[in-house]
Design a protein around this ligand. Sequence first.
Ligand SMILES: [Cu+2]
Length: 334
Amino acid sequence: MKKDLSALFRLSLCAIVAFICLAGGRGFSVEISRRPDDLLGPLMGNIPKTVRVTLTAQEITATIDSKANVSFRYFTFNGRVPGPFIRVMEGDTLEVTLVNPKTNTETHTVDFHAIKGFRGGATRMMAPPGQSRRSSFQITRPGLYVYHCVGNGSVHDVLHHINNGMYGLILVEPRDLDNEFQKLLRSPNLKEFYVMQGEFHINDEVPGNMDHEKGLREDPDYVVFNGRVNALSDYPLRSTIGDNVIIYFGNAGPNKISSFHIVGEIFDKVWREGVLASPPFRYVQTTAVPAGGAAVLHLKSEKSSTEAGSYLLIDHSVFRIAKGAMGHLWVSGY
Ligand SMILES: [Cu+2]
């Protein structure tokens, strides 16, 4: 009996060690990517309200490159990269709850570029493992904004937590119903998508961890859309000819400016820098989106000028395609 228990103990130990090795290094498969259609539709009503959002910091090991069998220890909001798409209207109050479970190892917080003051909310929302924070903020400026973690607020943590996937977008719809973007939201056959570009610098000696030196050299291993290689090929953007397609595109960086382009398409309207209070640019081939910035892109597909089929989403700094910066838009006929 004693011998049996000892064998059982050894077997359990082996299983635990194998799990830790796989989870910390290569071959542990968890879906990290948020699907591009995972977002709530346009807001209804025009009365200022309180929008409540809960963000849970989750430190997760997941596959970043299934072909090369590479895993990475991500930091996420709500378990996916990017974090949830948050949608409010100009003049609303945003009530944010940040939960940092005690199983985490890092202090987390959130800096909303849509908030004026309080370092974007980061000073109020900073929570060590096992604690949570709640605070409310007035949202006064329309636009498409990035939000991201800055860890404990140190320079190292700012780089580390953005590098590791802790970011998302918040859309502040203009309250003016005559605003051109607001009118687009009320047009027929609307298809909205959520895409974020991010770079990952991975330590060769400690698999799964960030490589600070590669970050300083601005030499990422991966440049990807929605958290991992092939995320937007496995889960492409899907539309039909006749649709009004909107892509909410954000660039987390941490370093590079994205030259976002769709092969064989021209953006009919681009609200550059995510500035919705100004008129859009028309007929744009490639749009530059800075690290920590965003853009709202509109594609009107028409039978006369749009071919059904597959379109490639790329960063037109084309060597980044070899690092993963590619996805697909599938356009079907009637
Ligand atoms: Cu964090």
